[in-house]
Design a protein around this ligand. Sequence first.
Ligand SMILES: Nc1ncnc2c1ncn2[C@@H]1O[C@H](COP(=O)(O)OP(=O)(O)O)[C@@H](O)[C@H]1O
Ligand SMILES: [Mg+2]
Length: 150
Amino acid sequence: MKAINTMSLTFDSLEVNESFARSAAAGFFTQLDPTVEELCDIRTAVSEAVTNAIVHGYRRGAGKVRLTARIYPGRKITVAVRDSGCGIADIEKAMEPLYTTDPEGERSGLGFSVMQSFMDAVRVSSAPGKGTTVTMQRTLSPLPERGEAE
Ligand SMILES: Nc1ncnc2c1ncn2[C@@H]1O[C@H](COP(=O)(O)OP(=O)(O)O)[C@@H](O)[C@H]1O
Ligand SMILES: [Mg+2]
């Protein structure tokens, strides 16, 4: 399916850019008039993916993170977060709840679980030494089906 609108941005892998990235994604999707909850979920999922790129992909070192947000017909959205960092050798293991390679830090090993629970689908493609792309997808609730309060 072809996207009807696309936004892409590249930023330095600095932890200060995490809030910028999630706000930028949320701002882009505002045109679909999502619910407050939907926007909050998307922000949280983007935050986890971007933090992973910075903290794990580049091990807090220098690099570029690319965020691409897409809108498809039927209120389907995707967000892809790509780094050119260390990559993931065993994706299945990395996505297991509570699995973390950074136990000393404040990481909980629940980043992928959070992404999966807040989005409809999460796809990871990665190559050791080359980098990682996490693509998350969600279909927003249809506008007319909302409560009268809106
Ligand atoms: N972009 C990435 N590059 C390399 N490794 C990653 C990346 N994202 C996640 N990982 C690996 O997957 C593990 C699990 O990620 P996550 O569920 O977010 O937990 P946490 O970030 O708390 O460790 C990380 O500890 C790391 O080993
Ligand atoms: Mg994480």
